[in-house]
Design a protein around this ligand. Structure first.
Ligand code: DC
Length: 224
């Protein structure tokens, strides 16, 4: 039985969950697990090795043979794939859509969910886990579950700004179209689609600043 205190933050792309999860974890002294980064790593590996995204057995084999490790004592944690730091490369817009596609594959989900639970067993104090199915599938026993949302316009603006800050050349309408496609795929897939756990707090962050969201979450966590 896992007695770890787990807080899950699920939500669509651009909902602010990565920033919020990371800051929340730092504030309360918990470890932070970015599960989207893991699907991104599988997408990157598949791309590099030329594995077609509909070849389930090849993807399963890839997941079984990949060594993914977070360096947790860095903020944000770095992600190593076979000892190579892939933290920057997995943030490319191309990997956005590829990761959404590999995440629809049952064998990939099973491998990642199992790795996520195994990572949680090596954490001592508590864990803030962010993704799409943290509260519904991977940590259904979590003490506190949150689903962050925001309007499509606001999420697109946040993502656009983030990409510009990282020196990418994209247009706002490209970002909006890509978010729409990814939302559709992440919410309508048959396995572990993005949806709130029955006992989740649903928080719409449209128009809210980071500090206000954090404050709201900390009050919620203290109250349950
Ligand atoms: O959170 P993110 O944008 O980095 O996630 C990339 C993709 O990975 C996302 O489009 C869907 C998938 N994902 C998932 O299926 N389950 C998770 N727990 C986290 C991410």
């Amino acid at each position: 039985m896992n007695h770890l205190d787990v807080i899950t933050l699920d939500g669509p792309a651009g909902s602010g969950k990565s920033t919020i999860s990371r800051l929340l974890a730092r504030k309360i002294g918990y470890a932070y697990l970015d599960t989207g980064a893991m699907y991104r790593a599988i997408a990157l590996a598949a791309k590099r090795e030329g594995v077609p995204l509909d070849d389930r057995m090849a993807l399963k084999h890839l997941c079984e043979n990949i060594n993914l490790r977070f360096v947790m004592d860095q903020d944000p944690p770095r992600l190593l794939m076979d000892n190579e730091d892939i933290s920057e490369e997995i943030r490319n817009p191309e990997i956005d859509m590829l990761s959404s596609s590999v995440s629809t594959v049952k064998e990939v989900r099973e491998a990642m969910s199992s790795l996520q639970r195994s990572i949680s067993r090596h954490v001592d104090k508590g864990l803030v886990a962010e993704g799409r199915d943290m509260g519904t599938v991977v940590f259904p026993e979590a003490r506190c579950k949150v689903l962050l949302t925001a309007s499509l316009e606001e999420r697109a603006s946040r993502r656009y700004k983030e990409l510009l800050d990282r020196g990418k050349t994209v247009t706002k309408s490209e970002v909006m179209e890509s978010l729409k496609r990814r939302d559709h795929q992440d919410q309508n897939r048959s396995l572990a689609p993005l949806k709130p756990a029955p006992d989740a707090l649903i928080l719409d962050t449209t128009g809210m600043g980071i500090e206000a969201v954090l404050k709201r979450l900390i009050a919620h966590i203290a109250a349950i």
